[in-house]
Design a protein. Structure first.
Length: 172
């Protein structure tokens, strides 16, 4: 929410695209709703369960911005989703950099490398005899921001220098 607010200062409405069949999405939406309220943003949730619903769902985001929650169905259709957001002039944020390399505006996600290292550490501890229930849960500490300036220009958005300085990667 903060990244969208920084990139599009006059933003008032954000649509969150989720797979309605994924039970974890309620947690994500609740967390986003709380933050959106503090930023003065109206948050709309659109649940999509099948590919045929994507066009209408993204059209509903017009006039605001779009957050696409990670889901295998969306990732497999990322090029189509990007085409729709660009056609509708909807700034979009994704949870995977693959969307941004395909033409999405930006992505923000915990470091994939961190997750792999942490998983390997857990496996190592378990193989050395640790009980899985005794291994503390770790929260990510490194997040990666990727911004596509070509897409920003297409959407008529000037990304603030402060946001560009925070970016781990800027696609020209």
């Amino acid at each position: 929410m903060e990244l969208l607010s920084a990139a599009v200062p006059k933003l008032k409405k954000v649509t969150v695209l989720m797979n309605g069949a994924n039970p974890a999405n309620g947690f994500f939406f609740d967390a986003m709703s709380s933050r959106a309220r503090t930023l003065g943003l109206r948050l709309d949730r659109i649940d999509v369960a099948v590919e045929g619903e994507l066009d209408g769902a993204i059209a509903r985001a017009k006039g605001g911005a779009l957050v696409v929650v990670n889901d295998p169905m969306f990732l497999a259709r990322r090029v189509h989703i990007i085409e729709l957001t660009l056609r509708s002039k909807v700034p979009s944020v994704f949870g995977q950099r693959e969307y941004v390399t395909a033409g999405g505006l930006m992505s923000y996600i915990s470091s994939i490398a961190w997750h792999w290292r942490t998983a390997a550490s857990f496996v190592d501890k378990i193989l050395k005899g640790a009980k899985p229930a005794d291994i503390p849960i770790e929260q990510p500490t490194k997040f990666e921001l990727v911004i596509n300036l070509k897409t920003a220009k297409t959407l008529g958005i000037t990304i603030p220098q402060s946001l560009l300085l925070r970016a781990d990667e800027v696609i020209q």
